[in-house]
Design a binder for this molecule. Structure first.
Ligand code: RRO
Length: 304
């Protein structure tokens, strides 16, 4: 029997497989992102980058909790002027890199996205969804701003524009629709879930910023629900993100409607091997079930 087709096409870009490095995890230098690609990822997404350098929040910035991590990094970033050199190297090496972009104004998103495109990004992902950086979390909670900011970036670049959505809203499908109306080529769901942890001995919040974003297996059912709802609401592809550790988790998100999945916290738990393990597991599942390609399972849970 021939092996199933693992290539996926999103917004006209062909990726060799549907398992990608999520934004914010290891996406800082060309060397480490190349390592991730060589470990089997279908694409790499950078740490979110803005126009200028940003220090981020004071320590502690990450705390481990049951079934996940809470982070409040606070968008530490060298800025696009620094990161673009790393993006160019990846492009030269043939590594498909998507630059995650943040800003406080629509023009800022557009400028950073345009510089990322010039440097060689195959697409940009707009981060409107960090749960604990005021200006960024606010954008993702307002459909009008999501639409306006997406349109501003679409007017500035030719590469596909993905929009990363926050689960910290009452109706994520309606926000996805506004991204689509603004011209988004795909949406990524979900960013982390706003959370906090308190130390019982000091009676103080643990994170330097007090509030942070929960990631890891704890949020996977939330991601599955969000992807499922968005898939029914829009015609553009959905990239699933949230708590994927095993191939079964990846397949579950695909059945809900994800054309590809991103892996974040599991890289910290499991190391680089997780990419190859997921790709092999998805391939074995497709073969066992008699599917010829990834696309045959995308959204299958919606069919009666
Ligand atoms: O840097 C962060 O603290 C951060 C970002 Br930009 C994000 O989008 N999501 C997250 O959980 N943390």
């Amino acid at each position: 029997m021939t092996s199933p087709e693992l290539k996926v096409e999103i917004a006209g870009i062909e990726f060799r497989n549907p398992v990608m490095l999520a934004a914010g995890i290891l996406g800082t230098t060309a060397g480490i992102m190349r390592h991730v690609y060589e470990a089997g990822a279908g694409a790499v997404f950078t740490k979110s980058v803005g126009l200028r350098e940003r220090e981020g929040y004071p320590n502690p910035t990450v705390v481990e909790v049951d079934c996940g991590l809470i982070n409040a990094m606070g968008l530490p970033s060298p800025g696009i002027f620094e990161l673009r050199g790393e993006v160019s190297k990846l492009r030269e090496w043939g590594v498909p890199v998507v630059v995650s972009v943040f800003g406080s104004k629509a023009e800022e998103y557009a400028k950073v996205a345009s510089m990322a495109e010039e440097a060689g990004a195959v697409a940009v992902e707009l981060n409107f969804s960090c749960p604990h950086v005021g200006e960024v979390s606010l954008i993702g909670q307002r459909g009008d701003l999501v639409e306006e900011f997406t349109r501003a970036v679409k007017d500035a670049v030719d590469v596909p524009v993905f929009v990363k959505l926050t689960p910290n809203v009452s109706d994520i499908a309606s926000i996805a629709r506004r991204a689509e109306r603004g011209g988004a080529d795909a949406v990524t769901a979900i960013n982390t879930v706003r959370a906090m942890a308190i130390d019982v001995w000091t009676a103080r919040p643990i994170l330097g910023n007090r509030f942070g974003g929960l990631s890891g297996p704890a949020i996977r059912p939330i991601a599955v629900r969000c992807v499922y709802e968005i898939f029914e609401a829009v015609d553009i592809p959905v990239i699933g993100c949230g708590g994927v550790v095993s191939w079964m988790d990846a397949v579950e998100l695909m059945l809900a409607g994800a054309s590809a999945v991103q892996v974040g916290t599991a890289v910290i738990y499991r190391g680089m091997d997780v990419f190859n393990e997921l790709v092999q597991g998805i391939s074995a599942y497709l073969s066992k079930m008699g599917f010829r390609s990834v696309s045959e399972v995308v959204g299958l849970a919606h069919k009666a």
